[in-house]
Write a protein of this length. Structure first.
Ligand SMILES: Cc1cc2nc3c(=O)[nH]c(=O)nc-3n(C[C@H](O)[C@H](O)[C@H](O)COP(=O)(O)OP(=O)(O)OC[C@H]3O[C@@H](n4cnc5c(N)ncnc54)[C@H](O)[C@@H]3O)c2cc1C
Length: 334
């Protein structure tokens, strides 16, 4: 295949933003996406609503026109598809990148299906949602256990345990409780995480007070069995079983460090944050860039669409040798 000017690995909102900036700059480009377009968002809870307003998750300056203030999952999926079509972006779907190598000035990108692509520049925009934070406990891979919450109706009138106490856990617990699910939240901390959105806190706290959502705090799950989980009380050391027909482990996700390392990108051993220039997003491999949430390492709550979409313009400015667009100062703190 003829080399293109730039290959973008990952067709999420930030990867698409990079594709749009490349197209606007007249660069030949190819987006390689392992799933459907914006696959991560397609795997979000079916009935989720973004916490950002629609205009704050727009890309390429294309208006995200909805009658409501905040978009739902389906609206966002449709918007990003229309944006890709509007800018005639070149992409290959269901093509998972395995590694990126460089010889001279040319990059070779190989995929798990044996595909080989060539480019002068490569942008890694692979996010974090494909890599759950595993608990590494017995039973974690049983069929009734998942790291991805989907929708409530399947679980009505069953016992469901949620492990975790962040936004995703609280939103899932409230939705399941409202669909006649017997819900228990288990978390090693004292309480729900302080990062829980302020509008969710009174709702979940009142449901707990009313006994409609059960919580087991200061506890660690040590095993998952077919019909129950075993928890260890971190204060007393006592062990007990909690009935569970289904278990959701909503303890977050982290970028695919193994993939970045295979591509030659150095990572901070503690934080998993890649080595990259805070203005141009170029990594320690000249011509290889990081874009969007993939650069957050363990700080996944610090980079999201609102700020990650900005990385694209800085990267393409640098590739074009133009004055680089300065992103907000947040990135300096990662
Ligand atoms: C429930 C929920 C609500 C959220 N609400 C908001 C919000 O309101 N506002 C906001 O700004 N952010 C929000 N976020 C965060 C936001 O969705 C993510 O930060 C965003 O998806 C990041 O975009 P991205 O393009 O960096 O990564 P992703 O959207 O994860 O895209 C990365 C893409 O790369 C693909 N990929 C991964 N590995 C490979 C590979 N090896 N080869 C090829 N393709 C690969 C993936 O399939 C994926 O499609 C929310 C997240 C969740 C879970």
């Amino acid at each position: 295949m003829q080399p293109v000017d730039v290959i973008i690995v990952g067709g999420g909102p930030c990867g698409l933003a990079a594709g749009i900036e490349a197209a606007k700059a007249g660069l030949s480009h190819l987006i390689l996406e392992m799933g459907s377009l914006t696959e991560s968002i397609r795997q979000y809870p079916r009935r989720m609503r973004f916490f950002s307003t629609a205009e704050n998750i727009e890309i390429g300056g294309l208006p995200f026109a909805i009658s409501d203030v905040k978009a739902g999952r389906d609206e966002a999926l449709q918007y990003y598809r229309k944006a890709a079509a509007y800018y005639h972006l070149n992409f290959k779907l269901f093509e998972k990148v395995w590694d990126v190598t460089k010889e001279g000035e040319l990059f070779t990108v190989t995929t798990t299906t044996g595909g080989t692509y060539y480019a002068h520049k490569v942008i890694m925009a692979t996010g974090y949602f494909t890599r759950p934070r595993w608990l590494n406990i017995p039973g974690e891979k049983l069929p009734h256990v998942s790291h991805y919450y989907d929708e409530p109706f399947k679980y009505s009138f069953t016992n469901v345990v949620i492990i975790g106490a962040s936004n995703s856990a609280v939103e899932a617990a409230l939705e399941l409780y409202r669909h006649d699910v017997n819900i228990t939240v288990v978390h090693r901390g004292e309480d729900f995480r302080s990062t829980v959105k302020y509008w969710l806190v009174p709702d979940v706290k009142n449901r707990v007070k009313e006994g409609k959502i059960k919580t087991v705090f200061n506890a660690c799950v040590t095993q998952i069995d077919e019909h129950s989980i075993t928890v260890n009380d971190l204060k007393t050391g006592e062990e007990r079983q909690i009935p569970a027909d289904f278990v959701f482990i909503l303890t977050g996700y982290i970028p695919d460090a193994a993939l970045l390392t295979r591509c030659g990108i150095d990572l901070n051993p503690e934080t998993q944050v890649p080595v990259f220039d805070r203005e141009t997003f170029e990594t320690n491999v000249p011509g290889l860039y990081v874009c969007g949430t993939v650069l957050a390492g363990i700080y996944t709550e610090k980079v999201f669409i609102e700020n990650g979409r900005e990385h694209a313009q800085s990267i393409i400015d640098h590739i074009m040798g133009r004055e680089v667009h300065k992103v907000a100062e947040l990135i300096q703190r990662i």
